[in-house]
Design a protein around this ligand. Sequence first.
Ligand code: KG4
Ligand code: ZN
Length: 379
Amino acid sequence: MHILGIETSCDETAVAVAVDGHDILSNVITSQIDKHALYGGVIPELAAREHLRSIGPAVDYALAAAKVGLKDIDAVAVTHSPGLLPALLVGISYAKGLAAAIDRPVIGINHFLAHIFGAFIDRQELIADPRNFPVLALVVSGGHTALVLIQLDGDCRIVGRTLDDAAGEAFDKGARILNLSYPGGPLIDKMATFGDPEKFQFPRGLLGTSGTRVSAENRLNFSFSGVKTALLYHAKKQGLAGIDSLVTPDSAVKENLANLDPILLDTVASYQEAVVDALTRKTVWAIDDYQPRTLVLCGGVACNSRLRTKIRAAVDARDINLAIAPLEYCTDNAAMIGGLAYYYLCNDSTSQLDLDANPRLGELGSIPIASRSLKGAPA
Ligand code: KG4
Ligand code: ZN
């Protein structure tokens, strides 16, 4: 089954051709980051206009790169939720029009669940074996930070979530305070390798490290507003600002990074450590509470090298599988959309042409990836 996946929920116009959920024939991503970087964040209407410009060429390019034509496409999948409303509407309208034109079904996909699936694209053996359930997923992106428990029947339940900023926002807003270019996550990751993560102590939200007990209801929840405020005061005290020359996190500036003010580098490393430490420790608590057989790490922030290392180390000490999404499937992409859609197609769970956008995450419901939740692959 060839599925054309389309993703326009934020600032990437992405199109992919995925076969049977795991064979990714093409994975095209057109980024608008340079347009939004001028404003230090994503502007929804600007994103929609850019999607409109890019989507046609991106579809053509994805088909050509996959060496297939529209006649080979069995279904069109598109992100319908959550995301920026004007941006989602572009992808949905395009997908519905295309599906109608080629007389194929359209499948609306939840972007959040697709991030989780991204960790399984190259590891389908994990979801094929019932013994690898339940799955616990740490989803960390620019819009979301949550711990999700997935049962063998596909039932998904959020067992922990951020009460304020998402982890990606903590990185992006932290970078803004330090006058680093948008998006801050990748740049902080690179800069942190030159700093001392123990130099400054930043607060870890809802971990009880400040002496206040964490309430039972917040045991697996996250909070990143405190660390951000602490960074603001720290930056003022240390007089940190003004490295405008670092416009992009380009590897070309890597040598320059090492030569930056050591206080700035130590600050960045210590800030990253606080965010990563909170994420890792809460994940370990969730593993202890729910005893999953597999841990998934996914979403844009899952690109973070320190987080990948710490999660790996935490899981090494335990007898569970670890599925960290490959870098190309961490940040927004359409391979995860077209890949996950295959499982909906297997269950005859397609959408109608009244498919609508929903900017909010809402109820997760279930994800049909577990072998026991599948009716069977279509012939
Ligand atoms: O999943 P994603 O592409 O978009 C959303 O669905 O939100 O995630 C984007 C987020 C941004 O906040 C970006 O700063 C963060 O992922 N990010 C990183 C890294 N690469 C991307 N954060 C920390 N370290 C990285 N290496
Ligand atoms: Zn995303």
